[in-house]
Design a protein. Structure first.
Length: 197
């Protein structure tokens, strides 16, 4: 890793630590510089603003989660159906960890939902792409009966569904109550609610 990349990675970790302790609104660039043990001028060399540092932290978290989810997608031993289950359960576990890590930001999450979503848009697009890969694998293996033209729409709907579930549970710290119900929710996704004749 080049020196600049190494310094940037250290600064992102310091920003993550500062946001974890103080939340977004109370964290200053001084706090991040202090957590990094660097001069504020160094911080401004890598980040234009606190918002830019926050985006870098979101990107860092997103890349770590992406790597975990890609392992599931690339695993040739799993069926496409199993990959969807594992993707959703793994994603949920990782969000639960983040929820525990960022407890100081729970109120901000609710009060500034649009602000937080601005930073997540890039990751939402990535999730649609990742789920589309699994859906296409399921079409190819004849596990899913989805028209190829509908794959992106189905993936987008699934991402929106996961986000809708995560909002109240992140904000209210109720992850443990939804985990046992995830399989039932995924079964509704696979089989619907209508009795087949």
């Amino acid at each position: 890793m080049a020196k600049k990349e190494k310094v940037r990675a250290e600064l992102v970790k310091a920003a993550r630590k500062a946001f974890t302790v103080r939340g977004f609104s109370k964290t200053t660039m001084d706090d991040i510089a202090f957590a990094a043990g660097k001069a504020k001028s160094t911080l401004y060399y890598y980040f234009e603003s606190k918002e830019d540092a926050f985006q870098s932290v979101i990107d860092f978290e997103g890349e770590a989660l992406r790597d975990v989810l890609l392992e599931i997608i690339r695993d040739t031993r799993r069926t496409a159906k199993q990959k969807i289950y594992d993707y959703i359960f793994t994603r949920w576990q990782e969000f639960e960890k983040l929820g525990n890590l960022y407890q100081t930001m729970r109120r901000e999450f609710l009060e500034n939902y649009d602000f937080v979503q601005k930073y997540r848009r890039k990751y939402d697009k990535l999730e649609v792409q990742l789920i589309s890969i699994i859906l296409n694998q399921g079409i190819e293996s004849r596990e899913f009966s989805i028209a190829s033209d509908d794959v992106e729409m189905v993936a987008y709907t699934l991402v929106l569904s996961m986000k809708a579930i995560e909002i109240p549970f992140f904000a209210e710290d109720k992850y443990h109550t939804i985990r046992p119900k995830l399989k039932a929710l995924i079964d509704v996704l696979f089989y619907g609610i209508v009795v087949r004749e």
